[in-house]
Design a protein around this ligand. Structure first.
Ligand code: PLP
Length: 412
């Protein structure tokens, strides 16, 4: 991977016509370590957030010793990056063949579920492999309510009284019962965690079985930009503050005697990656770029996430234009030949942006690479390494890229 000081140097050296990802390994290591030092338990990175080998390897080098996985490809990716790490198979609904692979080939001993038929599926395979159930922790996934950019409880989770039954069933068979929840993604409101912890405490107090561990899932918020039309929001507190408050709640609900696990994704990887896109054409207040919702910009469907962006003017054409400091909204057209690939919220960019310029969009590390498609034959896959954190780069005025599209598909 070629190394550059900042996105501008990379763009001017490579003059790329295709999107280029700017990977910042030092930022990734710092964000992973910040989380791990603030969390008093096992940090299991959620592989689905970004499963690029270079990301997983950098996390392993930074000291991540556990991974939250959901599929055979994720078992293999985590094993490749960190052969000795433990894996938590936290998908509540699994294929039989995948359960067998997890238990037999990958030695996975922590699995999640939210229904008795899933217990039966797992038990059949445990018996067939002649494993001892007391070596296996089955985490009952609790349904939660709250405000997240992505709300997932419509899909997974057992209601509290059902969870009590599941815990008791799991305990009677001889498995170790655990409790888990995942409150959604980009959860900025502590109450959501508090309510989930209250539910976990309630289930524990009612269940006639000993709880072996508590997994508080992911959802911790990453830092992004903000829409310049609106009042600047309060700066996001460091993740250590949020985790400190979550630990207080864990104590208050009497859960602090349990071994803890967390499954952060977004908060660890968001800042570690940017994408440098090119303006293929400017038509009035519109810019056509070489990326879009089918490539790197499909996260943030809800419009709640505004990414920071920075214009990198093409010096070859700059002479003709004046300097411009004023940020104006541009409608953004994505790379593919369909009318869905239009971002429904604007990019705020200096008004003299033009055909041939580049835009570096920051903090795209979460749910970007893993959601790329090959639609229309476009598949960005070029990486460079960048040493300066996006927000510390002073080579240009910061703008904002707001991406909102695919009308809430992620929330279904
Ligand atoms: C996606 C997911 C995560 C990671 O969520 P983030 O919001 O990226 O932290 C953690 N746990 C489970 C079960 C998930 O599905």
């Amino acid at each position: 991977m070629r190394v550059f000081d900042n996105g501008r140097d990379a763009a001017l050296a490579l003059r790329p016509d295709r999107p280029v990802y700017g990977f910042r390994p030092s930022v990734l290591r710092a964000d992973a370590r910040e989380f791990m030092s603030a969390f008093r338990g096992t940090t299991a990175y959620a592989v689905k957030t970004n499963d690029e080998p270079v990301i997983l390897k950098t996390l392993a080098d930074a000291g991540v010793r556990a991974f939250d996985v959901a599929s055979p490809a994720e078992f293999a990716a985590a094993r490749e990056a960190a052969p000795a790490a433990s894996q938590f198979y936290m998908h509540p609904v699994k294929a039989q063949a995948d359960i067998r692979l997890a238990l037999e080939t990958y030695g996975i001993r922590s699995l999640a579920l939210d229904h008795e038929d899933e217990v039966a599926k797992i038990l059949r395979i445990v018996r067939a492999l002649d494993l001892d159930p007391s070596d296996i922790t089955l985490f009952v996934r609790l349904a939660t309510k709250g405000h997240a950019a992505y709300e997932l409880s419509k899909k997974f989770g057992a209601a509290p009284s059902h969870a009590v039954e599941l815990v008791e069933r799991i305990g009677r068979i001889g498995f170790r019962p655990g409790l888990t929840f995942h409150v959604g993604s980009q959860v900025e409101d502590l109450d959501t965690y508090e309510r989930a912890l209250a539910t976990a405490a309630w289930v524990r107090s009612r269940a006639d079985a000993e709880i072996a561990a508590l997994d508080i899932g992911g959802g911790f918020p990453a830092r992004y930009g903000h829409d310049p039309k609106r009042k600047a929001p309060k700066p996001m507190p460091p993740v250590g503050d949020l985790l400190g408050k979550i630990h207080d709640e864990i104590e208050e609900w009497g859960l602090d005697d349990l071994p803890l696990i967390a499954e952060p994704g977004r908060v660890i990887v968001a800042r570690s990656l940017s994408v440098i896109v090119r303006v293929l054409l400017k038509k009035g207040q519109r810019v056509y770029i070489n990326d879009g919702i089918w490539s790197s910009l499909s996260d943030a469907w809800t419009g709640k996430i505004t990414l920071p962006a920075r214009l990198i003017p093409d010096p070859a054409r700059r002479a003709k234009r004046g300097k411009s400091e004023k940020l104006v909204p541009f409608r953004v057209m994505g790379a593919t030949c369909d009318s869905v690939d239009i971002l429904s919220r604007p990019f705020w960019l200096p008004e003299n942006v033009d055909t041939g310029d580049w835009i570096e969009i920051g903090h795209i590390g979460a749910y970007s690479l893993s959601l790329r498609t090959r639609f229309n034959g476009f598949y960005p896959d070029t990486f460079v390494e960048i040493t300066t954190p996006f927000e510390d780069d002073e080579t240009g005025k910061e703008g904002f890229a707001t991406v909102e599209s695919r009308g809430g598909m992620a929330a279904e």
